[in-house]
Write a protein that binds this ligand. Structure first.
Ligand code: NZQ
Ligand code: ZN
Length: 387
């Protein structure tokens, strides 16, 4: 077991109705709020009006229209400008992971005099950030409990995971009823994303019984509850468990003490969504079984056996490679069963830029140090197998 230094300073307020505490929470951080949100889902579900009513004593400046795969230009730049012009005290992000990720980059940019891209691209280390409070409306990314944000810069085909402990939300409101309106497609994509966050930690050199059990339970919880949420979008119990399982996803709690893995699937998927603006969870679901097949070997087979037996209940009295291949097939079939398109061609990605994207990943993501090292050719092979 490896040494670790762990602290998640985010306060979680979980359950139906917790948003009533919003005025009390916001008053701790100041009077002037930048309210950030996306394309209108929060207005349709009535959350926007509720937030405005609860915060009528505060000064609110708004940044709307933050897109999925949030863009540096215009959203981050506009948000930073609004914070500086209005002397904002605190950001309130209401929406999915994209709105929150964008808000994190704005929070750091607001306290920096230069071009915010300097921070996102790690050219300069942020010295401060505005406090961030969020009401998360989509169970997927875990951004509500981690210190990362993923920002796309269309001009350069970059999609960068910007991570800094300054970016932990100070408070996250998790009310499962706000996820009732999430479409079947986004519910499935969120499930695939969160499953992948667990897999990125599970497939490693060195783990513990404790962590493996936690992660295997997380995977099973996501598979069972995502199906229930798709069948009955207002199943509170299923939405609630899915939300909490997703929340744990990216802040490291699933794998404290485990060896690092390099998160290869995210390294590859971020390039797919940077070039083609596809839904992150869908891209991950497509490449996951192909990556599994690519890295399966004498060295890794035991890990796949454990995964297959414990997560899918595959008969353990078989040859290890048989179990491993059945586990990979079961992973594929599960994603298919929640109606995720399982080929890149179905989401508009063809052969034409595979080599260019593979080079981009190899040059920027450090996957030569992943659990199973991936070089440019490996990445291209995984993309081709996913077509
Ligand atoms: O824009 P609005 O109108 O709000 O609609 C959104 C959007 O179209 C909609 N939506 C959100 N909540 C809803 C809802 N629709 C109905 N009812 C609700 N309650 O769903 C669509 C997708 O929203 P988005 O925020 O993009 O989804 P998600 O939460 O999956 O976030 C994806 C982004 O997060 C990044 C991804 O790369 C991607 O850019 N990630 C962030 C991570 C992190 N910060 O730790 C880790 C992840 O690995 C991931 O990379
Ligand atoms: Zn993800």
């Amino acid at each position: 077991m490896q040494n670790f230094d762990y602290c998640t300073p985010t306060r979680l307020l979980f359950g139906q109705g917790v948003v009533e505490k919003l005025p009390e929470v916001m008053s701790r951080y100041g009077k002037k709020i930048l309210l950030t949100y996306g394309g209108g889902s929060i207005k349709k579900m009535g959350l926007y009006d509720m937030v405005k009513e609860l915060l009528k004593e505060f000064t609110i400046v708004e940044l709307s229209g933050i897109q999925p795969n949030p863009k540096y230009d215009p959203s981050v730049l506009e948000g930073v400008k609004l914070c500086k012009e209005n002397d904002i005290d605190v950001i309130l992000s209401v929406g999915g992971g994209s709105v929150l990720d964008c808000s994190k980059a704005i929070a750091a940019g607001a306290k920096y005099d230069g071009d915010p891209w300097d921070l996102i691209s790690y050219k300069v280390k942020a010295q401060a950030a505005l406090p961030i409070v969020d009401i998360i409306t989509l169970a997927a990314t875990g951004s509500e409990y981690d210190c990362g944000g993923v920002i796309s810069r269309t001009a350069t085909n970059d999609k960068i995971g910007y991570v800094d402990p300054l970016l932990y939300p100070v408070v996250s409101f998790l009310d499962p009823t706000y996820t009732f309106t999430v479409s079947a497609k986004q519910t499935a994509a969120g499930c695939a994303d969160a499953m992948n966050h667990i897999m990125e930690q599970y497939f490693c050199e060195d783990s513990t019984i404790l962590n493996d059990g936690f992660m295997e339970a997380g995977l099973k919880s996501l598979m069972v509850n995502a199906k229930k949420c798709i069948e009955d979008p207002e199943d509170y119990t299923a939405r609630a468990e899915m939300m909490l399982t997703c929340t744990y996803g990216c802040n490291g709690i699933y794998s404290l003490g485990n060896s690092p893995t390099g998160w290869p699937l995210h390294g590859m998927e971020h390039v797919l969504s940077a070039y083609y603006d596809i839904t992150h969870g869908v891209g991950l679901a497509i490449i996951t079984p192909r990556w599994m097949k690519h890295v399966l070997s004498e060295k890794t087979v035991d890990r796949f056996v454990k995964y297959g037996v414990h997560v899918f209940g595959i008969d353990s009295h078989q040859d290890p490679f048989t179990i491993a291949n059945q586990a990979i097939e079961a992973t594929y079939k599960f994603f298919e069963s929640i109606h995720i398109p399982m080929h890149l061609k179905e989401v508009g990605i063809d052969e034409s830029r595979i080599d260019e994207m593979a080079k981009h990943v190899a040059d920027n993501e450090g996957l030569e140090n992943a659990w199973v090292p991936l070089l440019r050719q490996d990445i291209a092979e995984i993309f081709r197998a996913s077509l």
